[in-house]
Design a binder for this molecule. Structure first.
Ligand code: FES
Ligand SMILES: [Fe+2]
Length: 334
């Protein structure tokens, strides 16, 4: 892995899940990330993060991306529950050796109901997030459930993918049928904690009126009347239209620098009792639209040559690429 990706992975906190994905004992989410795998698991009420490997001889505990289950190794039965390893026939091991056996866990921290994981983060989560911490925490409290979870290998370097997510310059050429019809017009861009918050409004009358009409079905008290997207430095993005649902994306570096690990989740906001049926179609079409946008983005990112030096100093940025320019600066300073 590139030195920069390694440093970012090790030194920073990473947005990895929402509390409502891990409500019940046994709930888990499994991601691929630069160190292999990352499992977030509700261990009898305590959320832990670990590498998905059985410490005995390395069998993987979970193979699905999300679900409910037990940490129970199918190979020789090593389990983990209530913060403790459960080892069958423990007395048949050398006691001096077996006392050292443990799961390989990572650090965790919460910002509101958003879960972050870290390896050796250089600062407390609140310091890393800076001014965006309060906003993330407010957003996290609006979210009720995960509706959709997708994970796929992405055929570009992580930085190509993140840069792409940070600019609107490509929208006309790459998203003619998905994003162009919204008629997004920039409002404001704020830089915080290495990342950024971008807001825009929707100028297409029909879309905007349609979105305003369904507001009464939601039980949310924090949102922006338009489109917004937050880059949670270094690898995560969170975007929303009107705060009705949030698309949470992660672009983790892969060992092979021409690839990355992409996940996207649709997190839906709190709705009023009885509104489920009315919003079913709306959430489904949001998930479908997001997927089409990701496919369009993936196709163009895969076309960026790994030979292009993204770290070089002489690069060119349009006004609509100001967030890419800023990221470039932040990364150069590391
Ligand atoms: S590898 Fe898991 S119990 Fe042996
Ligand atoms: Fe895009």
């Amino acid at each position: 892995m590139e030195a920069l990706a390694e440093k970012l992975t090790r030194d920073y906190w990473h947005l990895v899940a929402h509390r409502n994905e891990l409500v019940n004992a046994g709930d888990y989410v499994r991601l691929d990330w630069p160190l292999g795998e990352l499992v977030l698991f509700n261990d009898e009420g305590a959320v832990i993060a670990f590498d998905n490997l059985c410490p005995h001889r390395g069998a993987r505990y979970f193979t699905d991306h999300a679900g409910n289950g037990r940490i129970a190794c199918p190979y020789h039965g090593w389990g983990f529950r209530g913060g403790e390893l459960r080892i069958p026939l423990r007395r048949t091991f050398d006691e001096a050796e077996i006392v050292g056996a443990e799961l390989n866990t990572y650090k965790t921290a919460w910002c509101g109901d958003f879960l972050f994981a870290g390896i050796a983060p250089k600062q407390p989560l609140a310091d890393q997030l800076g001014g965006v911490a309060q906003q993330l925490s407010d957003i996290s409290r609006q979210i009720a459930a995960r509706r959709d979870f997708n994970a796929c290998p992405w055929n570009s370097n992580w930085r190509v993918a993140v840069e792409n997510a940070l600019e609107g310059y490509h929208v006309g050429a790459i998203h003619p049928d998905t994003l162009v019809p919204l008629g997004l017009v920039d409002d404001e861009t704020i830089f915080e904690g290495g990342g950024s918050v971008y807001t825009a409004h929707i100028t297409d009358e029909r879309t905007r009126k349609g979105l305003e009409r369904i507001r009464r079905f939601f039980d949310i008290d924090y949102a922006h009347d338009g489109y917004w997207t937050i880059h949670v430095f270094p690898f995560a993005m969170l975007s929303s239209t009107f705060g009705y649902s949030y698309s949470m994306q992660t672009f983790f570096p892969a060992a092979d620098r021409s690839r990355s690990w992409f996940t996207s989740r649709l997190l839906t906001s709190k709705i009023k009792p009885g509104a489920e049926d009315v919003l079913e179609g709306f959430f489904d079409s949001s998930a479908r639209l997001n997927w089409q946008v990701f496919e369009e983005d993936h196709a163009i990112c895969a076309r960026v040559s790994p030979l292009y030096d993204m770290a070089k100093s002489g690069r060119y940025f349009a006004n609509s690429e100001v967030r890419v320019r800023e990221l470039h600066k932040v990364l150069a300073e590391l």
